[in-house]
Write a protein that binds this ligand. Structure first.
Ligand code: SF4
Ligand code: SF4
Length: 97
């Protein structure tokens, strides 16, 4: 099994590494990664005091918001999100064929 690779404009190979997970205990919800991503992969989600995700965003129990990989299928594996993240929250993985 080898990793799926792409080509740069100059014809060099590169290996996309796709966003898998964001560590919700490290994320400060700063939104830097959201701005860096042009592929509609990420979204902010609310957590309650216990650190559990809250379904109703109007709920009073919201403690803080963190980024999540909401649309994994849209990711192109550029890693712009993790390069800009100040808290090293991301896990990425290459795709095998
Ligand atoms: S790897 Fe690129 S496309 Fe995927 S979530 Fe990060 S910035 Fe968006
Ligand atoms: S850049 Fe890092 S800390 Fe900021 S919202 Fe994204 S994952 Fe969270």
């Amino acid at each position: 099994m080898s990793a799926v690779t792409g080509l740069t404009f100059g014809g060099k190979t590169w290996t996309p590494e796709f966003a898998q997970e964001i560590d919700k205990d490290k994320c400060i919800g700063c939104g830097r990664c959201y701005k860096a991503c042009g592929y509609n992969v990420l979204t902010l989600k609310a957590l309650d005091e216990e650190g559990e995700f809250v379904d109703d965003e109007d709920d009073d129990e919201i403690e803080r918001k963190v980024m999540v990989v909401a649309n994994k299928d849209n990711c192109i594996g550029c890693k712009a999100c993790s390069r800009i993240c100040p808290k090293n929250c991301y896990t990425h993985a290459a795709l095998n064929n």
